[in-house]
Ligand binder design. Structure first.
Ligand code: 3PG
Length: 306
């Protein structure tokens, strides 16, 4: 079996080494397509692949049509908005992700951005501390659980809103559950967003929620830029000079922020949340194991498509 790792943003070499060990021990051939610049490179590399490991790389009908032998694609990571699940199903291709594997890295990045912002980018001026502040987690999946743990160490009070998770589970993690998103946004100085990007969540955070945030509030987005209604965000930014926006990946309206709101935002140029050796190893190795297991035993535990 040929397994292709196609990563426009490559894994750390130490992760690739471990992926190679697992796949070659199982008798598979590992091929690497890293740092590719054009989709044509991916289209040609997938032509003889039986299995594909990707990160945020787009796997759509065009890619699948070029992959005549493909049986399984694994998104080494949590969010799978880059996979066309319907197109996979239509071609009898199994699609999986590796939930939870890079969550701590994303949680740490959220805090890194919060700390950098709280100290004014280390420019010498007096900043603020996290201790005693409120943190609101919008959704309570794997990343927010790590965030709650870290926040406790910083002496923050943590709240969460997630309509799909029982309040007991949230309380059990030492976090105060909120009944509505409005309550969460009204009560928290820091809001950290953790929903997947789908038809229901895209552009769901806008002016009406953001206007509720208390004075000096900071919105942190390590999820997807599409969740934010950027028009609404820009409207509240224009009205309130106290608000800040920290995002892992630049918004579409980055130029407006740069021109009008210097010092009130941090945007990573490339998605950095999962860019640690540990997260690359966790997610990459999980993907490799899931593929080997699928070929050897038919295990479809992390299957996303029906
Ligand atoms: C995820 O959904 O797992 C994270 O956003 C990481 O994405 P990446 O693998 O493209 O860095």
């Amino acid at each position: 079996m040929v397994i292709l790792v196609a990563t426009e943003k490559p894994f750390a070499p130490v992760a690739v080494k471990q992926i190679r060990e697992i796949t070659e021990k199982a008798g598979c051939i590992l091929r690497l397509l890293e740092n590719y610049k054009d989709v044509s490179e991916l289209l040609s590399a997938v032509s003889d692949a039986d299995a594909l490991i990707v990160r945020s790389d787009i796997v759509n009908a065009q890619v699948l049509d070029a992959a005549g032998k493909l049986k399984i694609v694994v998104r080494a990571g949590a969010g799978y908005d880059n996979l066309d699940l319907q197109a996979c199903s239509a071609r009898n291709i199994v699609a999986m992700n590796t939930p939870g594997q890079n969550s701590n890295a994303v949680a740490e990045l959220a805090f890194e951005m919060m700390l950098f912002q709280a100290r004014g980018g280390f420019a010498g001026k007096s900043g603020t501390e996290l201790r005693g502040k409120t943190l609101g987690l919008h959704a309570f999946g794997n990343v927010p659980k790590y965030m709650a743990e870290i926040a406790r160490g910083f002496g923050m009070t943590v709240f969460a809103f997630d309509p799909f998770i029982d309040h007991e589970i949230i309380s059990g993690a030492g976090v105060k559950p909120c009944n509505t998103a409005e309550d969460l946004y009204s009560g928290c100085r820091y809001i950290s967003i953790h929903m997947p990007a789908n038809d229901k969540t895209k552009r769901s955070i806008g002016y009406d929620l953001l206007k509720r945030m208390p004075s000096g509030a900071v919105l942190v987005n390590t999820a997807r830029k599409e969740i934010i209604d950027e028009e609404g965000l820009l409207r509240i930014f224009a009205e309130r000079s106290d608000l800040k926006y920290l995002a892992d990946v630049e918004p579409d309206s980055k130029a407006v922020f740069q021109e009008k709101y210097p010092g009130r935002f941090i945007f990573t140029a490339k998605k950095m949340g999962a860019q640690t050796e540990e997260a690359n190893i966790n997610a990459g190795v999980a993907a490799a194991r899931q593929i080997v297991d699928f070929f050897e035993t038919g295990n479809e535990k992390f299957r996303l498509n029906k």
